[in-house]
Design a protein around this ligand. Sequence first.
Ligand code: ARG
Length: 297
Amino acid sequence: MLYRTPSALDFDLTHRPAMERPGRVLMTTPDYFDVAYVINPHMEGRTGTVDKTEALRQWQAVRETYDALGLDVHLLDGVAGLPDMVFCANQTLPYYDPQNDQRGVVLGRMHAEERREEVPYFAGFFSEHGHDVRELSDAIEGSFEGMGDAIWHPGRRLLWGGHGVRTAPAVYDAVSEMTGAPVVLLELVDDDFYHLDTCFCPLEEDTALVYPGAFTDDGRALIQRLFEHTIEVPAVEAREKLACNAHCPDGEHVLIQRGCEVALEQLTAAGFTPVELETGEFLKAGGSVFCMKLMFW
Ligand code: ARG
């Protein structure tokens, strides 16, 4: 159940089974967060520049925002020697099947050697919480960076699957089978937007925040077909402030890096309530709000 082109789409969004939004949030404590190597263009020239006190303050503010919005925040301790583990959107893809009340995660397979040891900590967390923990079979080649590239359509059992930089398209047949959801594939064509969550943020069933320059013509057309409204972010806000690495947990509030003026104006005009957060220390590593947490059921 993979869709690569708009002409292949043979379903209507309203025919996809409904699925409630996840109510739980996982965050990894930032004790060992740093820029210690370069695995994306945002990290170039940033090695050793993280202000640890400021990073902790920024991370706390994100956590408190989720608490204040009534989400159930869970914490996983960061681990020494794994400076990117704080970006806990990448090691797994949580799923939920309301029909049989089944909760699980598909384990990721990190692209960079430096991040591979992060995954077992998340596998441990989810098995302790009684979720099915599933792995891609060895027969499937290529990496898979969890919810960094595979993003649920709000309220529906439909996945969007980014590929081309970190995640290999070959993994999505298995991801679709394990989660029981069709996957709409979006190829990423600009290395600054190395994960789907850096250029695509579904806010509501009918609205997404996007940076169109990160996609192919087919990708842009697929997004247009399945979202009634798209809010387009200008290049500087998308590239320098990762405006699309935002998160709308409830169809109303949009947690977003501070100072994305054009995005803010459009979000407000569309009826959303932006919540500006400073994530500058994490931007040095190529991440903002969306990748600092993992939503699960
Ligand atoms: N330095 C991390 C990496 O390159 C940042 C990950 C940010 N996560 C995200 N989902 N965009 O892997």
